[in-house]
Design a protein around this ligand. Sequence first.
Ligand code: FRU
Length: 459
Amino acid sequence: MISQILRDARKYEEEMEQTITKEQRPDFHLCTRVGWMNDPNGFSYYKGEYHLFYQYHPYDSHWGPMHWGHAVSKDLLHWRYLPAALAPDSGYDRDGCFSGSAVVLPDGRHLLLYTGVSGETQPDGSSKFDFRDPKMWQKPDGSYRCVVGNCTEDGDGQVLLFASENGIDWNFEKVLAKNQGRFGKMWECPDFFLLDGKAVLLTSPMDMLPYEFEYHNGNGTLCLIGSYDEKTDTFVEEKDQAVDYGIDFYATQTILAPDGRRILIAWMQNWDTCNLHTPAQPWLGQMTLPRELSVKNGRLYQTPIREIETLHGEEVRHENVTFTDVIRLKGVEGRKMDMELTIRPADMANMYHKFAVRFAQDDTYQTSVSFRPHESIVKVDRKFSGSRRAIIHQRRCLVNHQDGEIKLRLVLDRFSVEVFVNDGEYVLTATMYTDPAADGISFYADGEVTMDVVKYELK
Ligand code: FRU
């Protein structure tokens, strides 16, 4: 039985999506059908298609009573909306259907597990908000595990592990990981998986303190890499890092694709910067590009899913371009592209001071990605992207490079840039809602830079 609340939402989204043109949306990043989107939910592969649900408030471009939006895709790039899947229409979720996950049961049913929010506090007096975002998966032996975001009574984040034989009846196993005052407070949206011989715990801590060049996002994304003992379900941490060093990134969720790839997607916004849009903006909220994960030398690497190559249009190549000051290159412009830049000093004895690529550019606007080899800093800056608010517009990342040589792969999709540094060693993500007519690209060097450019327009 479908409730009236869900029926109303479905009718509303179907009508209202027509009012947003194709040009007002990203092309191959999933955005909300209408209104507001936050976390990815229920990322799963069911009956030959990827399913992605999302935190959804169709009626406004700001957060509100949470529904689950729903979309499907065969390649994670071309998405088709399905009717909203959940609405806050039952006693146990009347204040919102918060984040959760999905698996496919052996009998062919698609099981969704989510956080139902209702006004009552728990009997023990702990906050109803501090137990949420179940992420479940099936183990090779057929049993299920689930991690849940939680915090202790004094507000310190932790991840709880549950186990189930059938996906329906769950037992608490243990506290899988504890913050112990290190990374922010409440831990939201946990995920846990084995990859390249390591165990990876992802979570999004609220209220993080910056530490050197890590964790500058307030609400950030944390990756703990370590080892895992299957028999005792024990996770031992070895390393920590941020997942993304840009401005707009939060609440990751991964899937194990049928071909064995571990693919991550995240909300391409952040709570600190998502509430300053004008009412004129008819929607807010997109997902990142799905990213293939790997662990190398104790670090999480992310690369754009390889399916993006199927969108590659015309190739433009410029090799060994040596320049100082500002240049533009033939065939390099636009707001949708996959472009790799390899930067190095023209003269090893004379290190350049700064390199920058500026895009979404016209006489008024630009967004830039810059690199300063003396400081080893890559910076994304969207100060001139049209915002009239004095909020955070830039973020920096400390990177590795060999004598000023660095690779920057930029994926642009009208309203966003994702920068993959050194084949995915670091990623910086930012949205920019600059007028799409601003589609210029220029390159800047303080000092003498030699650069290779391989650019594909994206169809
Ligand atoms: C993370 C989060 C989740 C919660 C959801 C509510 O962004 O706060 O913890 O389930 O959003 O929309």
